[in-house]
Ligand binder design. Structure first.
Ligand code: ATP
Ligand code: MG
Length: 446
């Protein structure tokens, strides 16, 4: 029987013809983060399980239901379900938090959660995430939210709503927990088993339960905003006024609690209604206690994670532009071994100048080679045979216009090609300026 191994449920492949969609997000995300002073950090795909228990929290869905944990010899490791824990662990272990604050890092990584696969919900998904450590100021919250908002608009996305909330500090949370306990206690018997346990250990997690009955019971639960202490209340008010100054539209949604335990004060989500139930493209917030909890000094911090697959779903839906994939600049169709060697030599020089050059690898006839050149949409082609080699020159064909130019097959080949290539680009730009596009591109006016 033939071997027929398929990729695991809830994972995806990306083939070369689609990868430019990923490159678009990765490039714009990097540029945006770097323009706000964030540097890239890389850390392992798996960590000691203990790290996630301590940070994400033992009563969260992620820890209770979704982690991929493996026993390797006598150690227990978990594939990262999210980026923050690993990023902070790496910042601590590499002494970044002893350097000038704030420390600002970003990452583009895979995350793993054992969930029920559906549109926008995978078992291996990818996040663009970032963390800023050191600042307790609401200006930092505004900065991080502004970065996310800038990125979404640079990707060309529209109609993504920003929801913000404050879930307070341990002080206000203690009072809130009492109120929640009292509220849920009345209908305790109807709660799911996990929530019965949560009622004792961490009542706020009840608000995050996906069970429809628990959600229904939780509809009129007390709201955290009514329990904020003065400091948390002021922090939230300042954040709102900074967002107003930055012209960032938001709605306060007192029901956002976020699914990870480490959050304090500000939490936020960017949500779209255009891709079905999995509409949260970005989630984040402040986590002032986490670094201390992981063995560092008390250091206020915050961050967010954006789901790249969900961003792609919205970008596709909204018809956003992607970077154009690079195409073949020049293809050599060869006849015979000497011609093939010439093509190798010329391609080597062209590639050193940054051009995308190809020649036949399949030993095909001329007609089939030209068909291939068409298929890969080569901008120029050159046919090389015994005649061309003897005369030391060949015809360079502009595939779009059909025009042919004679070109010497010597050490000047690349330089001459560059000139012809440049003229072609200038022609294209002339056509565009006649349409008025070049002016708008250059920011000029008519
Ligand atoms: P959700 O409520 O949709 O389960 P979450 O609160 O579990 O999201 P976070 O832990 O905040 O999500 O992760 C940040 C972002 O990562 C989410 O806003 C989403 O865009 C993305 N994300 C989370 N889980 C998945 C998944 N299983 N598949 C694809 N993307 C995901
Ligand atoms: Mg989730």
């Amino acid at each position: 029987m033939a071997l027929n191994i398929k990729r695991p449920n809830g994972t995806e492949d990306v083939v070369p013809k689609d990868v430019h969609r990923w490159h678009t997000i990765e490039k714009i995300a990097r540029e945006t983060a770097e323009s706000f002073g964030f540097g890239e950090i890389r850390f392992p795909t798996f960590e000691n399980t203990e790290l996630f228990l301590r940070s994400v929290g033992e009563t969260t869905d992620v820890v209770q239901k979704e982690m991929y944990t493996v026993m390797a010899k006598e150690s227990k490791f978990t594939l990262r379900p999210e980026g923050t824990a690993g990023a902070i662990r790496a910042m601590l272990q590499n002494g970044l938090l002893n350097e000038a604050l704030p420390q600002k890092v970003y990452y583009i990584t895979s995350c793993f959660r054992h969930e029920r696969p559906q549109a926008g919900r995978l078992r291996e998904f990818h996040q663009f995430g970032l963390e800023m450590a050191g600042s307790a100021s609401p200006a930092a919250d505004a900065e991080v939210i502004s970065l996310a908002s800038t990125l979404l608009s640079r990707l060309g996305l529209k109609n993504i709503e920003l929801y913000i909330n404050s879930i307070g500090c341990p002080e206000c949370r203690a009072k809130y927990h009492e109120a929640l306990k009292a509220y849920f206690e009345a209908r305790k018997d109807e709660l799911c088993d996990t929530c019965k346990d949560r009622l004792v250990k961490n009542p706020m997690r009840l608000l995050d339960c996906k069970n429809p009955i628990c959600q229904e019971i939780g509809k009129d639960a007390p709201l955290i905003l009514d329990y904020l202490c003065e400091d948390c209340g002021n922090h939230f008010e300042s954040l709102k006024s900074y967002l107003d100054k930055l012209g960032i539209t938001y709605k306060v949604n007192p029901k956002i609690v976020r699914g990870l335990d480490y959050y304090t004060k500000t939490v936020f989500e960017f949500v779209t209604t255009e891709i079905g139930a999995q509409g949260t493209v970005c989630g984040g917030g402040r986590y002032d206690g986490l670094i201390e909890q992981l063995g560092g000094q008390h250091t206020p911090a915050l961050g967010f994670g954006m789901g790249i697959e969900r961003l792609l779903l919205v970008m596709d839906k909204q018809g956003c532009d992607y970077l154009t994939p690079k195409k073949c600049d020049i293809y050599f169709a060869t006849m015979g071994d000497a011609a093939l060697e010439k093509a190798m030599e010329l391609s080597k020089s062209l590639r050193e100048y940054g051009y995308f050059a190809e020649y036949d690898m399949m030993g095909r006839g001329l007609k089939a080679q030209m068909k291939y050149a068409n298929k890969i949409d080569a901008a120029f082609t050159v046919v090389l045979g015994d005649n061309e080699l003897e005369q030391g020159k060949a015809k360079l064909k502009d595939m779009e216009k059909g025009e042919e130019t004679e070109i010497a097959l010597n050490e000047k080949f690349t330089v001459v090609f560059e000139e012809i290539y440049f003229n072609k680009i200038m022609d294209v730009m002339d056509v565009e300026s006649a349409d008025g596009n070049l002016f708008s591109f250059m920011g000029g006016e008519n």
